[in-house]
Design a protein around this ligand. Structure first.
Ligand code: DLL
Length: 436
């Protein structure tokens, strides 16, 4: 089934013409509403009328996460606050999150894209779908939620946590679809097994998995343990949220909603655009967004694009599974974490030296994060004799980390000089997870 035959199956020529028209409009819109973009265009001697076709996109400057950080909180927002009806936030590279505001039209378009994904996965009005992406600030929960309601299925807003209760509901309600991270799906399978719930007792048929990288082996394992078919769903907050692209029944790449999000692939070092088919960094321009449109936003995700009609009948360009990142962002329990965020916390605590190490592991399918930090020599000798001092400091670091990272980390205090110094580029991350 196809949700929007007209847009998902458009001929290439029609799609390019539509994209060109929309690109001109969005450039005109940001030129008049976002000083940051006006300045960037003026620096290149560009006015909106210079952008007429989609090929003209290469004249435009790139936008990066740093630009969002430098314009925190809402400097890149184009619509006035009176037109914003929702705000989400995702991890910034340091202390401040990235704030994204959506207008009513943005939410309607997002819901439309999410409906395309769910329809491609085979979810419709006869389904009951639990959404086990986080609902707090993260785009996963509410983004998926709106789509499930829109296609007429019944949504169960399970969110994350409460896994035993969720497993019981899966069985008792006969839930047929689930949206969550692939690692949470495995954790859920394990919890069910511990509770003695077998896959014959549940009716799960479809899984909408994304927000973190996963492999074909993980897909097989989840499908086998939960008795469903797992589909990939991709997205990012700066561009929209879940449903920037989605797999169809053919599962040969994820179709991009390219009437709304124009994709390019670039060489992350030289920033040269690469021809379709070549692997590189994915860049998106939002063609219809009002709240916070982005021009040529560098996602840092490494993938390649495939053109040509798919056996499902959709013509929309497909992207291959994300192979990695061109920066140091980690995804831990579905949450984006930058080592620089930890650094910002560490630098702000006087008792701690600016030395740290992140150790990430996957225990029983759940990601764990341990942060080792070094105590400053002066504090180590003088205050450490006071009863409770060590524990208080450890708790303080844990508390600050949780508020900045949005996930819990176990903190280990280390004696001065005990975190290994590296000879060359410092190694601050030890990722022990192996994606099988
Ligand atoms: O993760 C949006 C989302 C929610 C997508 C639910 C899918 C399902 P952010 O928190 O901004 O947004 O993180 C975006 O997560 O740049 C990728 O690195 C990674 N990512 C998202 N989906 C996938 C996927 C949401 N299917 C960042 N495969 C992106 C691999 C993914 N990585």
């Amino acid at each position: 089934m196809i949700w929007n035959q007209n847009k998902e199956c458009m001929s290439r020529d029609e799609m390019s013409a539509l994209q060109g028209k929309r690109l001109h409009k969005v450039v005109e819109y940001v030129y008049h509403n976002v000083p940051f973009y006006r300045k960037k265009l003026q620096e290149r001697d560009l006015i909106p009328d210079d952008i007429q076709t989609i090929e003209d996109i290469t004249k435009l400057p790139y936008t990066t996460k740093k630009d969002l950080r430098d314009n925190y909180p809402t400097g890149l927002q184009a619509a006035p606050m009176s037109q914003i009806i929702r705000v989400h936030a995702s991890s910034g590279t340091t202390g401040n999150p990235t704030i994204v505001g959506y207008t009513r039209k943005d939410i309607a378009i997002w819901t439309e894209c999410m409906s395309r994904s769910l329809t491609a996965f085979g979810i419709g009005r006869n389904d009951i779908m639990s959404v086990a992406y986080g609902y707090g600030l993260f785009t996963g929960g509410l983004g998926a939620h709106n789509g499930v309601e829109n296609v007429g299925a019944a949504v169960v807003p399970a969110s994350t946590g409460n896994t035993e209760k969720h497993a019981k509901l899966l069985r008792d309600l006969g839930i047929t679809g689930i949206a969550c991270t692939p690692s949470y799906a495995l954790y859920l399978a394990e919890t069910m097994e511990k509770m003695g719930i077998t896959k014959d007792q549940i009716k799960l048929r479809v899984g909408a998995f994304g927000a973190e990288p996963w492999t074909e082996n993980m897909r097989k394992e989840i499908q086998d343990r939960l008795g469903l078919k797992g589909y990939n769903i991709y997205g990012l907050s700066e561009v929209m949220g879940p449903s920037v692209s989605y797999e169809c029944q053919c599962q040969n790449g994820s179709h991009i909603c390219e009437d709304h999000f124009f994709p390019e692939i670039i060489n992350p070092v030289t920033l040269e655009p690469l021809p379709r088919g070549q692997k590189g960094e994915l860049v998106f321009t939002t063609l219809t967004k009002e709240g916070m449109p982005v021009l040529r936003y560098r996602t840092r995700d490494i993938t390649s694009l495939m053109e040509g009609e798919c056996n499902c009948g959709r013509t929309a360009v497909r992207m291959t599974a994300i192979e990695g990142r061109s920066d140091d962002m980690l995804i831990i329990r579905g949450i984006n974490v930058f080592p620089s965020q930890v650094e910002a916390v560490v630098l702000a605590i006087p008792e701690i030296a600016p030395r740290y190490m992140l150790i990430i592991d996957r225990v029983n399918n759940l990601d764990t994060l341990t942060v080792q930090v070094e105590v400053r020599p002066d504090y180590f000798t003088s205050d450490f004799d006071t009863p409770g001092a060590v524990e208080n400091l450890r708790k303080k670091v844990e508390f600050k980390l949780r508020s900045v990272l949005s996930i819990g980390a176990k903190v280990e205090l280390k004696a001065p000089g005990s975190i290994e110094r590296s000879q060359g580029k410092s190694v601050r991350v030890l990722d022990k997870r192996v994606l099988k």
